[in-house]
Ligand binder design. Structure first.
Ligand SMILES: [Zn+2]
Length: 314
């Protein structure tokens, strides 16, 4: 799932190409398979029709990231809120609509990238949302598993929207200090530290990859009780969290899974993983002979070294 560095990379890439462009029309087939329990996103057909009316003819005036959400501000005082979830990623390029052939789904339309290159990467082919723009190009969302969410709200009410209002602090915000992280972690009392780092109402933007890498680096077991973690370890967590997020941004994010940037290209942070996805491998920490394990903590996977990551217990 795209986390802070990936969403940041997408937003920065799109800023360069989208600002000033007008949305001519939008297309989506999200609602075909999944209309249940999604009344307030474009997966609901009625919502999509209203969404289409609101965005058609408006100009893109700004983009920003909040947590793992992409915000696209429009000239008509509305803002798109896009959460890429598991496999979604937004891209920009020239596309054309084609008919699917020779099977039962032949009446369905599909979109194809016109130019050869990264947009034709197999992970970039699952287009379920397309905005046609005034420059003849398109803003598209590829989403293999169709979990992404697209919704719209009045810009002035953005902070009240359910995707935004409960988000916690931005870890790369200069105003986010160590004292705040201490407060966030201590307040999560008996919650395992892995879950505390993933809790978007505390710190916004961290997911499975970066939480695993941070805990490995600072030597804290993912099942440690949040309130029992020494302040020294929280200080190290604060420093390393900021360091690794910036490092990954410099590497263009993580493309171990489906993530690709705004031009359809891979990032390279996956080449620097120490524990994430390394189950059964030798711990890469100097002089450590641990073997990486994978466990499930409150429904989320955690990779760690049982030898050097200390469990601050219950
Ligand atoms: Zn180790």
């Amino acid at each position: 799932m795209p986390e802070l560095p990936e969403v940041h990379t997408t937003v920065e890439g799109l800023k360069k190409v989208l600002i000033g462009k007008t949305i001519k029309t939008v297309w989506s087939d999200y609602y075909v398979a999944t209309a249940h329990g999604e009344r307030q996103t474009i997966k609901n057909k009625k919502y999509f029709e209203a969404f289409k009316k609101k965005v058609t003819g408006s100009k893109i005036i700004g983009l920003e990231r909040r947590g793992k959400n992409i915000l696209i501000h429009l000239s008509n005082k509305y803002t798109f809120i896009i959460h890429m979830k598991m496999t979604g990623h937004l891209m920009y390029g020239k596309y054309r609509k084609a008919a699917r052939s020779k099977n039962l789904e032949s009446r369905k339309e599909i979109w194809k990238a016109e130019e050869k290159g990264p947009l034709q990467d197999p992970y970039n082919r699952f287009l379920h949302f397309v905005c046609s723009l005034s420059d003849g190009k398109h803003l598209v969302l590829s989403d293999t598993r169709k979990f992404a969410s697209i919704t719209i709200t009045e810009t002035k009410n953005l902070h009240l929207h359910e995707s935004i209002r409960n988000l916690g602090h931005e870890p790369l915000d200069p105003k986010f200090k160590l004292e705040k992280l201490l407060e966030i972690i201590k307040a999560r009392k008996s919650m395992p530290i892995k879950s505390a780092l993933l809790d978007q109402s505390g710190i916004a933007g961290i997911g499975n990859i970066y939480s695993d890498e941070i805990l490995w680096k600072v030597g804290v077991h993912p099942l440690s009780k949040s309130s029992n973690i020494p302040n020294k370890k929280i200080r190290e967590t604060y420093d390393f969290m900021r360091k690794i997020l910036k490092f990954s941004i410099n590497k263009g994010g993580d493309s171990k899974s489906d993530y690709r940037n705004a031009l359809g290209e891979k990032g390279s942070f996956q080449n620097f993983h120490k524990v994430y996805g390394k189950k059964g491998g030798k711990c890469p920490k100097k002089h450590c002979s641990g073997i990486i394990e994978r466990i499930v903590v409150r429904g989320r996977s955690a990779h760690f070294c049982p030898k050097h990551q200390i469990k601050y217990g219950y």
